[in-house]
Design a protein around this ligand. Structure first.
Ligand code: ADP
Ligand code: MG
Length: 231
């Protein structure tokens, strides 16, 4: 599904050039549940933003289901993103003045789905993440874990092919982190590909495959034993 070949990316300022990705090769299949793991500053977010078509790369090839994702206009990039990708961030990124239900329904609003239908579908997705009873609460009336589950429901509602999560448990305590990872596993069992970026070993160990990123290069990939991924 996702094929990266020799992807390079540098950030340049007037005086310096920082090479962040130095030739990344990666293949991700449909239905995978994997993590990209590396220390802070190793280029994880840069890589995820390229995969998410939020950012361009300098050289190499990125293909999504065989289609070359390269040098797209803003408009084309947005079209691919809306059709293919759901995002989950460390800071949840919910609209604070909208209820859980309204936050989840938002992508459908942009797709011009009518209000009644939006609300019905959003309620189904809230139910999927165990938050049906919280539909009319505002984000600040919910715990961090609950807010992240709202964000996951919002990412799922446009039926993306892949969910990209950048440090989704970074703002959560250990138990809540595991609950969020459990929801990802359930979603993955429904066939949706999930890529989680993390610097935490225990979080990476809850996915099925770990790709290690080090100094801008892939430093191996490990399969996680099912016992561990399933616990
Ligand atoms: P990670 O997510 O693994 O912590 P990042 O991909 O965010 O790493 O960053 C990798 C390196 O690139 C860091 O040294 C960071 O400071 C630098 N960097 C990230 N984004 C930018 C940017 N927009 N401009 C300049 N440097 C950046
Ligand atoms: Mg990061």
């Amino acid at each position: 599904m996702i094929e990266l070949k020799n992807i390079r990316k540098a950030y340049t300022t007037e005086y310096t050039k920082l090479e962040v990705l130095k030739g990344i090769d990666m293949n991700i299949e449909h239905g995978e549940f994997l993590s990209i793991m590396g220390s802070s500053g190793s280029g994880k977010s840069t890589l995820l933003n390229i995969i998410g078509i939020l950012d361009d790369y300098d050289s190499g090839d990125y293909r999504f289901d065989g289609e070359l994702i390269k040098g797209l206009s803003q408009r084309q990039a947005a079209q691919y993103r809306n059709r293919l990708i759901g995002f989950v961030f460390q800071s949840f990124n919910l609209l604070s003045f909208k209820t859980a239900l309204e936050n989840v329904a938002l992508p459908l609003y942009y797709q011009k789905v009518d209000r009644r239908k939006r609300q019905t579908v959003a309620m189904e997705y809230l139910d999927m993440v165990g938050l049906k009873d919280w539909a009319h609460h505002l984000p600040n009336q919910m715990s961090g874990g609950q807010q992240q589950r709202v964000a996951i429901a919002r990412a799922l509602i446009s039926q993306p092919k892949v969910i990209l999560a950048d440090e989704p448990t970074g703002a959560l305590d250990t138990n809540t982190s595991y609950e969020v990872m459990k929801i990802f596993r359930e979603i993955n069992q429904q066939g949706i590909t999930i890529i989680v970026v993390t610097h935490e070993h225990d979080i990476a160990n809850m996915t099925k495959r770990i790709i290690h990123l080090k100094d801008g290069l892939i430093d191996g990939s490990t399969s996680v034993a099912t016992a561990s991924a399933g616990s």
